[in-house]
Design a protein around this ligand. Sequence first.
Ligand code: AMP
Length: 402
Amino acid sequence: MKVLVINSGSSSIKYQVFDMKDETLLAKGLVERIGIEGSKITHTPIGGEKITKEVSIPDHKVGIKLLIEALLDDEHGVIKDLSEIKAVGHRVVHGGEKFSGSVLITDEVMVALRENIELAPLHNPPNIWGIEACQELMPNIPHIGVFDTAFHATLPDYAYMYALPYEYYEKYKIRRYGFHGTSHRYVSQRAAEIIGKSIEELKIITLHMGNGVSFAAVKNGKSIETTMGFTPLEGMVMGTRSGDIDPAIVTYLMDKENLTSKEVYNILNKKSGLLGLSGISNDMRDIQKEKAKGNSRARIAIEVFVHRAKKYIGAYAAIMGGLDALVFTAGIGENDELIRRDVCHGLEFLGIEFNDDVNNRVRAEEAILSKPSSRVKVLLVPTNEELMIARDTKEIVDRLDK
Ligand code: AMP
């Protein structure tokens, strides 16, 4: 069964095609700058040559049409006929309280997704455009929604409730949801497989460190706590997002700088985090380079990042009543050995014996970063959200066929 995986953002669509017979990736690509000048599609058949086509892409439907054309291309395509694609798996950022797992997208599901726009105004609309375009162009196959929030549906109420007047939870569903769930689910499962134990008996902290950063406490296979909250703004320091701050800063800044709520929201989401602290970049690579040259703002950005990571690791070990594995993933977690080292050094008291030799050698590949004698295993597991989406899609389609 061939499955197309779609991750539709506001101005881009990422896609991958898997043959689920043996979970091989056949092709991947990116439609960029939708609705903006300079739009293009980059298509890579695995093992083949990458092709780029610059063409006007005014909306998501044209983007999806182009990627279908690329998949069918005589020279660079991976299917002969569109009917070979048996299902499409769609990444959806916010499932709200309704979805605790992946679902077949029906008319009722679309209504619920539209209701969730209020909770994720930046993310859910482009997800919906992607689904609608695919449904129109591939109407006779199942479309499956895989939610970033779903893995965190197991958070207990005392972890997801904010200490606000209870009526705001009832009226507006203001609570913690958590995001990056597909990534936390994938890497925690892989970590258990690598360690060779059942996930049911493990206490794992997953550290998803990319441009967006979130951690999860995964106890017995279930997410019981995570750093992101009502929106993906809470928690860790990120590329451009502040993560945790004293909420009183919001009103203070509005008064002092005469800002609207939208302007403060923009500052916290787009101008803060590593970028705001360093004044250099939101990219950890640039900041590490400047730190090595002695730039003090680069140093402070990295130290705030590492300090907060340690703080959360300690907190999550405490709420789980112990720790068996710490898992690094995503852009920074997979590639930045200095961050991994700085986070793990000093955590010996938790039972972590970090293996610097291995850490210095590996990048973007599965590896055990702790010494064989380490009670807590430290792992590097490259994330693979697309494969997880394809697996969920296949599972649901198999169930439908029965
Ligand atoms: P992601 O959102 O998972 O694609 O991660 C993107 C982030 O990973 C970038 O913004 C970089 O900060 C970081 N990153 C990627 N490669 C490296 C690297 N070699 N060293 C440090 N950080 C990296």
